[in-house]
Write a protein that binds this ligand. Structure first.
Ligand code: FAD
Length: 425
């Protein structure tokens, strides 16, 4: 089987890439394969479903902000159900952390992020469930500091990741794209550029390129192969010696529903939604997300330092992570969680760019790698898909939805733009 373009991976990033390549090259045949049974069932399905435009560099701001605008276009103009609920992203910070991020907040504002600061009395008024006055011996022993400031980023909220991938797939199919699920790419096919037809090719002295993939349904030859297999990309790329700058790391989500949490969930005053913003308490590495479709509260643990790297096919929540660990600190800040246990939990893996935490779009002969989104793959998927399409066309620049432009090479490996996000809490 031959296709002009083969995309491996039907996650948010693979489908965005396929959509934009097909849109710009309607005459080309574009096939997306995924080893799972439908669109977006890999780590996209496991994500917290948050979009946000908080960045201190123009590059990351443009990746996020343009993708969010595209989500609204998909929902409002093209009629897809993405469940967009813009309730903001609230950081609850102690004084010391706030002092540390004051300058980054100004940097973020200067690139276009809309941020509002709430001092402690206002945080206490708007969030009556938050305990801010500690002073107990146990809390002191735990080294926990009370919340003094709330930092709210407004253009942030919840997205239905499943709705997103289904809408991307639908738009792609409408253009004549093809998908093949339950199809695993086993290896990439490496061939010499000039084949001699001799046993043992390719030889070290021959120039090589990727010409498709050996899959569970046979060989698929392709003019260009896009590797968008998320954290699993290393299985295809390590054997050919291609470094994605990335390592996988697990993150778990715990789901709660209980009348004791209703007031917290229905926190008014931060946005017109009347819902608790996506809320992060960095002091205890915890974030909370109201899932509007279920009325549940999801809890994630942002414990990057101390958590091991390593690829897993079916990662599971660490035993006792909530009950024996997170819980004890969480109830100090949010006593409404007292005695509550999660109804459900799951664990996914994030493709962590270990160099600068910014995504990678890297062409090599016959292929393009896209990924390494470091926990922002949904929030940046459209901009990444457009960058892949520009790389495919050999363009120097890519234009995002809304007109922002960057150099394609800015996300590459060789001539990458060095950016440093400074908002670290
Ligand atoms: C707990 C958690 C919370 C997160 N929260 C957020 C968030 O709130 N906002 C955000 O923007 N991001 C979040 N992320 C990150 C986000 O999930 C990823 O950045 C994003 O899903 C990456 O998309 P992808 O298309 O690269 O990967 P995936 O969705 O994993 O897609 C890769 C696809 O490739 C397929 N595949 C793999 N190997 C093969 C093969 N050999 N052959 C065929 N198919 C293959 C897989 O089945 C999969 O469907 C979170 C991640 C986790 C784990």
């Amino acid at each position: 089987m031959y296709r002009d373009i083969l995309v491996i991976g039907a996650g948010a990033i693979g489908l965005s890439s396929a959509l934009h390549m097909k849109r710009l090259n309607p005459e080309k045949s574009v096939l997306v394969v995924d080893r799972l049974g439908g669109p977006g069932q890999g780590n996209t399905a496991k994500c917290a479903g948050i979009f946000l435009n908080l960045a201190t560099t123009e590059l990351n701001f443009d990746l996020c902000d343009s993708t969010i605008d595209w989500f609204y276009h998909l929902q409002d103009d093209l009629g897809h159900r993405l469940g967009l609920t813009q309730y903001g992203y609230l950081y609850l910070l102690d004084r010391e952390r706030y002092e540390r991020v004051k300058k980054p907040i100004e940097e973020a504002r200067s690139v276009g992020v809309d941020i509002k600061i709430y001092e402690r009395p206002e945080v206490e008024r708007l969030l009556p469930d938050l305990a801010t006055g500690f002073g107990e011996e146990e809390t002191e022993l735990m080294g926990l500091k009370p919340v003094e400031v709330g930092v709210l980023t407004r253009k942030c909220g919840s997205i239905d990741a499943d709705g997103l991938t289904r809408s991307l797939e639908a738009e792609f199919l409408k253009l004549g794209g093809e998908v093949s699920y339950n199809t695993t790419a086993k290896t990439l096919i490496v061939k010499p550029l000039k084949e001699l037809g001799v046993d043992g090719e390719p030889f070290v002295w021959q120039d090589i390129h990727i010409t498709g993939a050996e899959t569970s349904k046979g060989e698929i030859q392709a003019g260009t192969t896009v590797v968008a297999a998320g954290t699993w990309s290393e299985r295809l790329l390590d054997p050919i010696g291609f470094d994605t700058l990335t390592r996988p790391k697990s993150r778990s989500i715990f789901v709660f529903k209980d009348p004791k949490l209703d007031r917290l969930r229905d926190t008014r005053g931060f946005s017109e939604t009347g819902l608790l913003p996506f809320t992060s308490i960095p002091e205890i590495s915890v974030y909370l997300k109201v899932e509007p479709s279920e009325g549940t509260i999801w809890l994630g643990c942002a414990d990057d330092f101390g958590r091991r790297y390593g690829l897993e096919d079916d990662p599971q929540p660490e035993r006792g992570l909530y009950e024996n660990d997170i819980y004890h600190a969480l109830v100090k800040y949010l006593p409404c969680f007292e005695d509550l246990r999660p109804l459900n939990s799951w664990t996914g893996q994030r493709a962590m760019n270990r160099v600068d935490k910014t995504p990678v779009v890297a062409p090599a002969p016959g292929m393009i790698y896209v990924g390494s989104a470091t926990g922002y793959g949904v929030t940046k998927c459209d901009a990444l898909g457009r960058t892949v399409a520009a790389a495919y066309a050999g363009e120097e620049e890519v234009e995002f939805f809304g007109g922002q432009r960057i150099r394609v090479a800015d996300l590459g490996i060789e001539d990458r733009k060095k950016v440093k996000e400074t908002f670290k809490v």
